[in-house]
Design a protein around this ligand. Sequence first.
Ligand code: BES
Ligand code: MN
Ligand code: ZN
Length: 499
Amino acid sequence: MKVSVTTLTLQDLDVDLLILPIGRSLARAKAAKIGGPIGEALNISLMDFDGEEGQALLCYPASGRAHRVAVIGIGDSGTVTREILRKAAAKGAALAMNTKAATVALCVPDSGIDAESAGQALVEGYVLASYDYDRYKTQPNQEKNITERLVLHADRDEKSARRGAERGRVESEATITARDLVNMSPHDKTPVQLGKIVERYGRKYGYDVSIWSKSDIEKEKMGGLLGVNRGSMDPPVLIEMTWKPTKAANSKPVVLVGKGIVFDTGGLSLKPTKDSMDHMKADMAGAAAVIGAMEAISRLDVPLYVIGLIPATDNRPGQNAYVPGDVLKMHSGMTVEVLNTDAEGRLILADALSYAKLYRPELVFDLATLTGAQVVALGSHVGAVMTQQDAGAQERLDAVLSAAELSGDLLHPMPMFPHYGESLKSDVADIKNIGNREAGTITAAKFLEHFVDYPWIHIDMAGPSFLKQSTSYRPAGGTGFGVRLLTEFIREYAYPKKR
Ligand code: BES
Ligand code: MN
Ligand code: ZN
């Protein structure tokens, strides 16, 4: 989708659809201000429209350039948030689809939000809602008519609106990269293929990529990744992405680790198919989020040294598959008794987290579709965030929760009290890979904590990474959760602002 910004008057916009997000009580004033046929049509629509959030209707100016006008309610000005703007734009995108509009103008409303953030949120909502995954469709989807050109209309602060629109476009496209990867058939994203895809992205967007082969992984003694891979026909890879701009604000990197299980059958502890294994092509959504974030950071030229790390394999019950009772010697040297081969994510992440120590990182994130318990606890729209309990814990949580709120990729913290780690005690090895039935999301994080010695933020995104039903700007399937969260966090980290 082409995205641009204009300051032309509304009457002069030659588009198929004009979208006006309008707050409560502002509709009348807006109609008067606009005047002409558009103002008239808007005035008539006031019969059924008072600007309440979620309201949307189409009106038809009797004459003029724009054929249709959509008015979308955004509630009381003063309480408008970026998320409300994203949702309003998503509503507009749905109307554009229904009316088969090829060119659309979207107005930045008076909302109390600065033009840059508003422009970003509107473009995000619009572009993300217009997503359609059609890679495997042999016939074009008649229902999904995607806008060709989106013009953001700003009557003031044009420069800021332009910056916001550009950032919104880049972050949305990077989110779409992640969605596409999650939605892709597992057969097309074996670890080696995934590595090739990322190499292509690296060349396109300007970050460096190096792919470790199985023998490199063996040399590093990554027993967790190799153990999970034993049941597979396909060799594992470790994908290393580097964005190191000369003007980077940090000399020690921020590292982003993503769980890259390209398909999770559960291994010998096999999953049932319905509502369980049937979604497990999405078990690399953490990896997809990291790949998307690397794209956004490099395209936006963020002055921060960032490394992305993806351990990738599938988890299958092959003839040589690891079995319950197997003891693995991990990259860190620690031994792990495997009591459930379906708790594989933590095994591959542990090796990547332990390897990340070599960078002497300033901060490490990991993103993973790690536990079913996370979905039970927080549902499909909110991820869980955890960090080790040390002096910096609160500051890290505050920063990541603020990025979550701003990006709309919502998070909620879970506690990391020491006693949660007790259920990981093993009779035969240093630890085992599962706890008891209680607090599964936290015990998984406690497992990972054994492998970090730096400030660390763990995000379990099993719920929000993949949706069965679409909502607002997130379609069914891969959501791209985490891309905008990480990008927002890293931008804030690179340019600490006075907010
Ligand atoms: N990939 C799954 C977690 C998952 C579940 C992601 C539902 C998305 C939706 C993970 O590898 C897994 O199987 N976890 C087990 C751990 C258990 C065996 C301790 C789980 O949560 O059941
Ligand atoms: Mn599993
Ligand atoms: Zn898994």
